[in-house]
Write a new protein. Structure first.
Length: 273
């Protein structure tokens, strides 16, 4: 919503204020939660340059824009950026905005779902890694929130092996299925399917949307991997691939805390000396 407030006499300028509703009521402001220098959007270039005089780590979250059943189309990107920022906050490591597009061709029949070709995705990552390395970042952590992005690990290995004046390390970490996070989820329910309870956090829910209360049969991952976009939609009309739609928030907090701790440990201890 936009509008004009009171203006001084003779001043013809109108200040437009865009009011964007916060659909995540009750979640602290990101700067209150994470500090002013975690997300690079909360810093200027001079502050990042100053940071590089004392540290060379940076985090690049990667996600996807794709259907997640009743949850946000941005679920993977939202989770990747938030887990990265909460993990990096106490360490003072800058976190880039999440790359919101990934590889998800199998969801193309669901409106709002986007997908990049693997060749495009590789070149996007190449440009980002090249730019970060040229600026002086020597330890780059990619915190990934989308399973379809995993094939890019072959390219990352190739990129690391290119000769450079100084070594640049790149870690690729899919936070949601890392060992400690997966173990935390397993204690509640081993059916952890796309669009289901394991991705249903307060910050991925869509305001005013009610979820089914009963679980649905699980569609085997092996089967989903063989289906084209139309067949995926026919097999899962609401987009959720099976199991429970939700779990109590205290359970979800246990999973989340494990994910944050695991990413933080990686940022502290995952590098070659």
């Amino acid at each position: 919503m936009a509008g004009c407030g009171r203006v001084a006499a003779g001043n013809a300028r109108c200040v437009i204020i865009r009011q964007i509703p916060d659909l995540r009521e009750g979640i602290p402001d990101r700067r209150e939660l994470l500090g002013p220098l975690v997300r690079v959007f909360d810093a200027n270039w001079m502050q990042i340059e100053e940071y590089l005089r004392r540290d060379d780590r940076v985090v690049l979250p990667t996600g996807s824009t794709e259907q997640h059943g009743y949850l946000s189309l941005g679920t993977d990107a939202i989770l990747a950026e938030r887990v990265a920022a909460e993990a990096a906050g106490p360490l003072g490591i800058p976190v880039l905005p999440a790359l919101p597009f990934g590889m998800a061709p199998y969801f193309a029949a669901f409106p709002g779902s986007m997908s990049l070709r693997i060749t495009t995705y590789i070149e996007v990552l190449r440009d980002l890694l090249d730019g970060l390395a040229a600026q002086g970042f020597r330890r780059i952590a990619i915190v990934n929130g989308h399973g379809g992005n995993a094939p890019v690990t072959g390219f990352i290995r190739e990129w690391i092996c290119q000769p450079r004046p100084e070594r640049v390390q790149v870690l690729f970490h899919s936070w949601y299925n890392a060992p400690q996070t997966a173990a935390a989820a397993d204690q509640f329910d081993r059916d952890q399917m796309h669009g289901g309870w394991v991705e249903n956090f307060a910050w991925t829910r869509v305001a005013g949307v009610d979820l089914p209360s009963e679980p649905k049969p699980v569609i085997p991952r092996e089967l989903v991997g063989q289906l084209d976009p139309g067949q995926v939609r026919a097999a899962a009309p609401d987009g959720m691939l099976g199991g429970a739609y939700a779990r109590p928030d205290p359970d979800m907090q246990v999973v989340w805390d494990a994910g944050v701790a695991e990413v933080r440990s990686l940022l502290e201890n995952g590098w070659l000396r």
